[in-house]
Write a protein that binds this ligand. Sequence first.
Ligand SMILES: [Zn+2]
Length: 202
Amino acid sequence: MVDLIPSSDTVMQMLKRTGAFREGHFVYPNGKHSPYYFQMPLAFRYYDTARVLAVALSRKFRVDRDISSQLPKVAVISPSSGGIPVAFGVRDALSAEQIYWAEQENGKRMFRQYINQGEVNPCIIVDDIIRSGHATEETAGLVKQLGSRVIGCGAIVKFTSADSSLEDTPIKSLVEFDVQMYDSGDDCSDCKKNAPVEHVRF
Ligand SMILES: [Zn+2]
């Protein structure tokens, strides 16, 4: 089953082809510069691509005995709207019973569903991309408040600068990417070459 997971290179080719990954000279809203930009929803507008990516990620959870032994009494949770297509795809592939997603409202992350204490199965948190890991950490905090626990965590792409685990749970991903962020234009190699800048949002 493991050999059915596409390689990191294959996944990157899919992201490039769909426009979800671009190379250039990008400036982020926080002023950081990078030669790379990910816009993951662009990959998920194609149903077949979305499905291949989500099924591949689901296989990383399926081979984990702790997780597979608890199926189908598992909840798949997305920390944000970007992760919703991943969460639905992973849920489908694993036949997990529950699905939840969180959103930021007035700067506070909360679940869109009204959830009662003790109602949530052990959780797998999935997202399209893990940049800093803050969203997954906040979501894990919500899961604990509801009296449940995190048994898995993963994303299609994970930046190497983010933690490799969420407390004791290793973070699984199809691609580990070194995004080469520069704090300002002073350190940026593209600025030194006077390459035209594209301002992007996260
Ligand atoms: Zn620059």
